[in-house]
Design a protein around this ligand. Structure first.
Ligand code: AMP
Ligand code: ZN
Length: 492
């Protein structure tokens, strides 16, 4: 029997505004799509927070033994500056400024994105599709929407007819917006736009001669609309209706609202059962954004090279800092806040080391099963990582009490305490086990020191052949000994 069959996982669904019991479409399997980055510049720490929220969700679903297909795309075309339909593509603009091919921009920032996520110990998604790799699928969806009567062609571009769609669907059901209000509150763009209504959005845009990203289509040379790529890639790999769709809160409208409309127009069915939105990371009270300069790069954290930081921090500390807030709460980044997180993080790591010195006894005075259940309860309550972390500190309290011999524990319970603490810290929260890495290098240093000591003894006994043998064999595996006035040192 799989562990997940005992679990009652609740997820806050942005569509209903309620926490709902999670029931996947296919028992034991989860399909999850998360909007990926637009690769026209380095990701900032705010972007990392959103992706980390979903990394932990992915990790916990895996821990519950679901078979998860996690799709996170790369947006490499179609995202227009200011998230509107008129204007320049973010990637094309950067390519023009830097005098590079758009795909050189895409490559540079995709590599950066991957290396950052690697440093922050992310699990790779199951599929990472690109928008430019799915132009044919996007064109097919536009054709279907036209066929169903929910889109119109003007001057080589295709627009989604929001007003027509709203006649028998609910445009605005995710974001809580009302189309009449939206229409009343938007400027009249008559004469400036090819759209029938300002709320209509582009499915396909005609490429002007100067537009460098362009593909042939039944409507002429052009490029796909931003919202379309996610509909194409999510349904291609996860089916017409799938379990979870995630992204940052700022994508709820228009991006995700438009995804719902596209899918419903095309197939008649709602694409997603659970919509999840991660909240923003702010910096000293203001939203972190690429465009305003109010941001920290994820690499600034481990170099400390930022006016916002007093020193460098390990990516683990930044991960721990971010997971101390629930994914649906706004989190404010400040030097003081990450300094405080570092203290807590070190306390957690030290205690994990101290478990091994606990001596078991014949009975337990603490209820480990109950405590373990509280860890699951925290995560089952809409992935509540701050409560989980509070529970991990409760576990640490046990470790300290046991080491002080103020409580007792059986060998079986001790194993349960250790595995639960380690599983939630490393596998679920995704903290990299730095101490074990350091430990290995410490152990290696200890072994070399021991060999230096044996070589010193050999030299004192004038056993030159043994002393040379130790030196040469160490050198053969890349460890060089250097004899100096202060004794022997080594480099690895
Ligand atoms: P983008 O590359 O701009 O499409 O953004 C990638 C992801 O980061 C999206 O899910 C955004 O919602 C999210 N995001 C953008 N800014 C922030 C922020 N300040 N805090 C958290 N997430 C953000
Ligand atoms: Zn998307």
């Amino acid at each position: 029997m799989h562990l997940y069959q005992n679990q009652l996982l609740k997820i806050y669904n942005s569509l209903s505004g309620e926490k709902e019991i999670f029931k996947p479409i296919n028992d034991g399997n989860v399909g999850m799509y998360v909007c990926g980055p637009t690769v026209y510049s380095n990701v900032h720490l705010g972007n990392v927070r959103t992706f980390m929220s979903f990394d932990v969700i992915f990790r916990y679903l895996l821990h519950l033994e679901y078979k998860v297909r996690y799709v996170r795309n790369i947006t490499d075309v179609g995202h227009i500056v200011d998230d509107i339909d008129e204007g320049e593509d973010k990637i094309a603009k950067k390519a023009r400024i830097e005098q590079l091919e758009p795909m050189e921009i895409v490559q540079r920032y995709t590599v950066d994105f991957h290396s950052i996520l690697d440093k922050y110990n992310f699990l790779p998604p199951s599929i990472e599709p690109t928008a430019t790799g799915h132009i044919i699928e996007q064109i097919q969806i536009v054709e279907q929407i036209i066929e169903k009567g929910f889109a119109y062609i003007t001057n080589g571009s295709v627009y989604f007819d929001v007003v027509k769609f709203n006649e028998n669907h609910n445009y605005g059901k995710l974001s809580g917006r009302n189309i009449e209000d939206m229409l009343a509150n938007t400027r009249d763009t008559e004469g400036q736009s090819d759209k029938k209504n300002p709320q209509d959005f582009a499915l396909w845009k005609k490429a002007e001669p100067e537009h460098i990203m362009r593909w042939p289509s039944p409507w002429g040379i052009g490029f796909p609309g931003w919202h379309l790529e996610c509909t194409a890639m999510s349904t291609k790999y996860l089916g017409e209706t799938f379990d979870i769709h995630g992204g940052g809160m700022d994508l709820k409208f228009p991006h995700h609202e438009c995804e719902i409309a596209q899918n419903e127009a095309c197939t008649g069915s709602s694409p997603v059962n659970y919509w999840m939105h991660a909240n923003m990371l702010t910096l000293n009270g203001k939203k972190m954004a690429k465009s305003t300069g109010n941001n920290i790069l994820p690499s600034d954290i481990f170099t400390g090279d930022s006016p916002f930081l007093s020193k460098a921090f390990s990516p683990n500390v930044a991960r721990f800092f971010m997971l101390q807030a629930h994914y649906r709460s706004v989190l404010d980044f400040s030097n003081d806040a990450i300094l405080a997180a570092e203290k807590g993080f070190e306390r957690l790591m030290d205690s994990l080391q101290n478990i091994d010195s606990i001596e078991p006894s014949s009975n337990s005075s603490i209820n480990i099963e109950n405590w373990k259940k509280s860890c699951y309860d925290a995560m089952n309550d809409d992935f509540n990582t701050p409560i989980l972390i509070a529970q991990l500190f409760e576990g640490i309290k046990f470790v300290n009490q046991l080491n002080d011999k103020r409580e007792t524990i059986t060998a079986l319970d001790l194993t349960l305490l250790k595995t639960t603490l380690e599983t939630f810290t490393f596998d679920v929260l995704g903290i990299k086990n730095e101490k074990s890495v350091n430990n290995n290098s410490e152990k290696l240093e200890g072994v070399v020191e021991m060999l230096i000591g044996m070589r010193n003894d050999a030299r004192a006994n004038k056993n030159w052949s043994l002393s040379d043998e130790i030196r040469d064999k160490l050198l053969a595996i890349g460890i060089q000994l250097k004899d100096g006035k202060e004794g022997t040192t080594f480099s690895i």
